[in-house]
Write a protein that binds this ligand. Structure first.
Ligand SMILES: C[S@@+](CC[C@H](N)C(=O)[O-])C[C@H]1O[C@@H](n2cnc3c(N)ncnc32)[C@H](O)[C@@H]1O
Length: 153
C-alpha cells in the first residue's frame, strides 16, 4: 500500500504539477478587500494548502523579510540563504496563492519555503483546522498595512 504523503511531499507535487487544490475557490468578498480564497472542504492542521506562485528574482544581499505592498500588493519579499528575494505575482494567471489575504491576528495558514530545483517556493500550510466555507489567510508580516486599521476588515 502507498504511504500517505507528508505535507512537504504534497507541496512538492503541487509545485511540480503547477496545480492548486480542487477544494479551493476564488470568491469576491467586498470592494475594499477584493477577492479571497475559500475552501469548500475541511482542512486538517499541517496540510499543504496553496503555493504563492509568481516570477522569482534575487534582490541581492540582505536579511529583511517582509511582504511588499507595491504592484497592488502582489510583491512578496523574503530572505533566503543570506540574500533578498522577491516573488512577483502581479500577473493574473488564475493561480490562487496570489489571492490569499492577510490576517495578522488569527491566520489559519503560515508560509514556509520549500526548495525545488535549487529555488525557494513559498507554500502555505494550515496552522489549525480550517472549516469548509472559511477564507484562507496568513499573516503578511510586520507592516502598517492600511487595512489593518480598518475595523472589521
Ligand atoms: C496578494 S493581494 C490579495 C488578493 C486581493 N484581495 C485581490 O482581490 O486581488 C494583496 C492585496 O489584497 C488586499 N488585502 C489583503 N488582505 C486584506 C485584508 N485583510 N483586508 C483588506 N484588504 C486586504 C490589499 O489590497 C492587498 O494589497
Amino acid at each position: 500500500m502507498r504511504e500517505a504523503n507528508t505535507p512537504e511531499q504534497d507541496a512538492l507535487e503541487h509545485i511540480v504539477a503547477c496545480k492548486d487544490k480542487p477544494f479551493l475557490e476564488e470568491q469576491f468578498i467586498n470592494p475594499f478587500k477584493g477577492r479571497g480564497v475559500f475552501t469548500n472542504k475541511t482542512i486538517k492542521p499541517t496540510t499543504f494548502v496553496v503555493e504563492y506562485r509568481g516570477k522569482i528574482f534575487s534582490r541581492g544581499i540582505g536579511s529583511e523579510e517582509r511582504r511588499g505592498d507595491s504592484l497592488n500588493g502582489f510583491l512578496f519579499e523574503f530572505s533566503w540563504k543570506g540574500e533578498r528575494w522577491c516573488i512577483d505575482a502581479s500577473k493574473e494567471d488564475e493561480t490562487l496563492g496570489r489571492l490569499v489575504n492577510d490576517d495578522y491576528t488569527s491566520p489559519n495558514c503560515a508560509i514556509r519555503k520549500i526548495v525545488y530545483e535549487g529555488k525557494p517556493h513559498l507554500c502555505l500550510f494550515a496552522v489549525k483546522e480550517i472549516s469548509s466555507g472559511e477564507e484562507i489567510t496568513y499573516n503578511y508580516g510586520e507592516s502598517s498595512y492600511q487595512w489593518r486599521s480598518k475595523v472589521g476588515s
